[in-house]
Structures are given as structure tokens and as C-alpha cells.
Design a protein around this ligand. Structure first.
Ligand SMILES: NC(=O)c1ccc[n+]([C@@H]2O[C@H](COP(=O)([O-])OP(=O)(O)OC[C@H]3O[C@@H](n4cnc5c(N)ncnc54)[C@H](OP(=O)(O)O)[C@@H]3O)[C@@H](O)[C@H]2O)c1
Length: 310
């Protein structure tokens, strides 16, 4: 059942309406057909309409299984938003026109669809030529294979450089962002300070995105790192877990939902891409849309990982 407060967000102010929380499909290649189908159906039932893919997830198996699901469930394709990414090659990054076009065409075959709603450039390729990206985007757009475009893991000057050349708008930048990984917030508080948190890693991405109508999508919202797994119930993040427990009792939602609301609570309308493979976890997480952390609670969570305000 959809939570009452699942109001769609206007992605990058483009008119494309998407759910405030999306389902990331990176880990779904591991699921068998039955569990895969159950998770996607649950997501749709909960009001999630955006599904985030990449050509490389499960070496193509995540897209393949999603395509099989669409084939078996006719009528769903046009009710959902499919986003995929390209640009990560085998041991290198490749944003050449040829790679972008080939990768997207292979994604369409695996997804068993004629178009994706959104294509993101997965990571900046140091050798990228904006003119080549422009040519690839124009072809994919004209051929009706991609409706909207965006980027992932890019900083402000990289986006500016692309914008100077592209004919289509960039409506998304997908970044790692969570309570335990928040450089885009750290650089705001620590402006002009002589400490490590003052390092301007993103070029002021959070304010830039707001000024330029780019929606930030957050990845790994519950994950501490690949090595450590999630920070939920992780003893290394005891103080954070204590805060999460306190707030989960107050708002009567799971700790994961509190951590996801920490992202939703920001007025930039950041869209968390959650990567759970469990329908139970997903239902718990979506309850994040029903609550609103108080300002001080938001700060307490931010500070619970050992940071201080200047
Ligand atoms: N653009 C990029 O460069 C990039 C990079 C990485 C990921 N992504 C995207 O972001 C998505 C999410 O990434 P992610 O999977 O790393 O993020 P995540 O949502 O932070 O992590 C998911 C992990 O948290 C666990 N989890 C979820 N709810 C939990 C709960 N209530 N209690 C304990 N553990 C819980 C999940 O286990 P269960 O499955 O058991 O729930 C899963 O192992 C990906 O699917 C992908 O679409 C993008």
C-alpha cells in the first residue's frame, strides 16, 4: 500500500514526475525470478516508479532480469521510469560517442524496451570530449531511444563544460550521499576553515544543483562502505545507531527510514536511490516519506559520526 505522503518530485524541473524514493537495481542480479518479481511488484505497489540501472550491474544481468519481468508483465513499461547508465568500461572509463551509443543499445536489448526514460553518464572519463557526448546524445534523443539525460559522480565544472555543448538539459546528478558520507554538506559548514572538511570536493554541488534545477540522486544511503556494509546496527557507528534508535521510537518507523528521511528532509528534494533486495526492508524504508525530522534532530544525526560545527 502506498504511504499517504508519497508526493512525486519533478525531476530536474523537467516535468518528469518520479517517486521521491527510487529503487536501485545494482544488487538485484542475485535474486531468482520469483524474488525479483516480488520485489519489483512490491516497489510499484508502494508507489515507487523510478528504477535505477546501469549497463554494468551484475554484468548486465540486472537489466536482463528486469527485461524478463517487463516481458511477463505487459502494460507495466509505460507506467514506470527506467533510468540506466553507461561509461564504465573494463578497467577504464569511456565516454566516447561510440561507447555511449553501443552501451545504450545493448541496455535496450537486455531491458526489452524501445527506450529508456533517463540515461546517465556513470562517471567522468578524464578523456571526455563534450562534442562527442553531444553527438551521441543527439542521436539517441532523435532516434527516440532516450527521453532525458543526466550525469553521475560529476562535479560542477564538469557539468558546466558539458552544458556548454549539449542540446539537452542535464536533469540529474547521482552522487554518494548519506549521514556517514556527506562531503556536499561538510563543505557548506566548513567554508574558509583550515581543516579537511573544508576541502571543496564537489565545487558547491548542492547549491549549484538547486540554482540550476538539477535533481541530486543519492546512492548508498545506508551503506558505510563496500567493506563495512550498512551502518545500521554496525558497532563502529554506535552513536549514530543510538540517535537512530531514539528517533525510530519517536516516529515509529525503522532506523533505515530515519536515515532515509535525513536525506529527504533537505529542501533540495534529493531523491534517495535505495538498494535493498528485501520487500520487507523496502516497505519499512518507504515510510520515510511520512515523517519530517526536526531541524535539531537532523543536525544531531549529522554530528553523531564524530563531526563538529565550526
Ligand atoms: N552512480 C553510482 O556510481 C552508484 C554507485 C553505487 C550504487 N548506485 C545505485 O544506488 C543504489 C543503492 O546502492 P546501495 O545498494 O549501495 O545502497 P544502500 O541502499 O545504501 O545499501 C543497500 C544495503 O543496505 C542493506 N539494508 C537495507 N535496508 C536495511 C535495513 N533496514 N537494515 C539493514 N540493512 C539494510 C541492504 O540489504 P538488504 O538487501 O538485505 O535489505 C543492502 O545490502 C544501487 O542499487 C544503484 O542503483 C549508484
Amino acid at each position: 500500500m502506498k504511504p499517504d505522503n508519497i508526493k512525486p518530485i519533478n525531476l530536474g524541473n523537467s516535468g518528469l514526475l518520479v517517486s521521491p524514493i527510487a529503487l536501485g537495481c545494482m544488487r538485484l542480479s542475485a535474486l531468482d525470478e520469483k524474488d525479483f518479481s516480488e520485489l519489483i511488484k512490491k516497489a510499484i505497489d508502494l508507489g515507487i516508479n523510478l528504477f535505477d540501472h546501469a549497463d554494468i550491474y551484475g554484468r548486465g544481468v540486472s537489466e536482463e532480469k528486469f527485461g524478463n519481468f517487463l516481458k511477463k508483465n505487459k502494460g507495466i513499461r509505460n507506467k514506470i521510469i527506467i533510468q540506466t547508465k553507461c561509461g564504465i568500461g573494463k578497467g577504464y572509463y569511456d565516454l566516447s560517442a561510440e561507447h555511449i551509443i553501443n552501451s545504450l543499445e545493448k541496455s535496450l536489448v537486455r531491458l526489452k524496451t524501445d527506450y529508456v526514460d533517463i540515461l546517465l553518464l556513470h562517471r567522468p572519463d578524464a578523456l571526455f570530449q563534450p562534442e562527442a557526448i553531444r553527438a551521441a546524445f543527439n542521436k539517441l534523443y532523435r532516434d527516440g531511444k532516450v527521453r532525458y539525460f543526466g550525469v553521475s559522480n560529476m562535479n560542477v565544472p564538469q557539468i558546466e563544460l558539458l552544458k556548454k555543448h549539449l542540446e539537452q538539459r542535464l536533469i540529474v546528478n547521482q552522487l554518494q550521499f548519506s549521514i556517514v558520507h556527506a562531503p556536499i554538506i561538510d563543505e557548506i559548514f566548513n567554508f574558509n576553515m583550515a581543516n579537511d572538511l573544508a576541502v571543496n570536493r564537489s565545487g558547491g554541488m548542492l547549491d549549484y544543483a538547486r540554482l540550476n534545477n538539477i535533481t541530486i540522486q543519492a546512492w548508498s544511503v545506508l551503506q558505510a562502505s563496500w567493506k563495512e556494509g550498512t551502518f545500521i546496527e554496525n558497532p563502529k557507528y554506535q552513536k549514530l545507531n543510538d540517535e537512530l534508535t531514539l528517533l525510530s521510537r519517536k516516529y515509529m518507523v525503522s532506523k533505515a527510514a530515519i536515515a532515509v528521511n535525513w536525506i529527504l528532509r533537505h529542501p533540495a528534494k534529493i531523491e534517495p536511490i535505495v538498494g535493498t533486495t528485501s520487500p520487507i526492508h523496502l516497505a519499512e524504508i518507504i515510510a520515510a516519506v511520512n515523517i519530517e525530522l526536526e531541524r535539531q534532530e537532523w543536525y544531531n544525526l549529522y554530528l553523531s559520526v564524530g563531526k563538529t560545527l565550526p
